[in-house]
Design a protein around this ligand. Structure first.
Ligand code: AKG
Length: 190
């Protein structure tokens, strides 16, 4: 789908290439490929992408967050690196979401659930893809497209997280992502 609007870098979007090494990428893909993942089902419609939540789970039907199985130790170094990238203390990222996008899968326009905190880091593995972002309506529509190279990471914070919507158009190759999120409740209590 064509992105129409004034091109503007969203405030709060930071992108970094080579966030993980090729060897780390291979290990992470191996880990992700071995996971038992499930399709996201929203209003009886299963998504093409597959997910597995750690730390906290997200119920897409009720929009509720609930505590789930612990983040696997193999993801801990990546979690810590993502926290440093986001300027967060050790232990801030309490949720790790592993997503598999087989060829042709993407994710629709959305903002991440308000239950999650203000800083979100996504790490891309496998096939390259694009993240498109949009904000505002009509004449005020602003748009941006960020290529997500394999091994890269992005940080969504501030307006890029709270105001802008993002989506990933159908991928041309198998892509994995690991998304780290804080909990608003946990941050408020800290
Ligand atoms: O795969 C990605 O990098 C984006 C994931 C995402 O937007 C989400 O799960 O809400």
């Amino acid at each position: 789908m064509a992105l129409r609007g004034r091109v503007e870098l969203p405030e709060g979007l930071t992108y970094r290439d080579e966030f993980v090494t090729p060897a780390e990428e291979l290990g992470l893909i191996e880990l992700a490929a071995g996971l038992d993942m499930h399709h996201v089902v929203i209003r009886d419609q299963p998504s093409r992408r597959l997910v597995r939540h750690f730390g906290y789970g997200y119920d897409y039907e009720s929009s509720r967050v609930r505590e789930g199985e612990p983040i696997p130790y193999e993801l801990e170094p990546l979690r810590r690196r993502a926290e440093e990238f986001a300027g967060l203390d050790d232990g801030s990222f309490v949720e790790a979401l592993v997503t598999f996008y087989p060829v042709g899968a993407g994710i629709n326009w959305h903002r991440d659930a308000p239950a999650f905190g203000d800083r979100i880091v996504g790490v891309s593995l496998g096939a390259p893809s694009r993240m498109q972002l949009r904000a505002g309506e009509g004449q005020d529509r602003r748009v941006y497209e960020q290529v997500l190279e394999p091994r890269s990471a992005y940080l969504l914070s501030g307006p890029a997280r709270r105001v802008w919507q993002h989506h990933i158009p159908p991928t041309r190759g198998d892509r994995y992502s690991v998304t780290f999120r804080t909990l608003r409740r946990a941050r408020a209590a800290a």
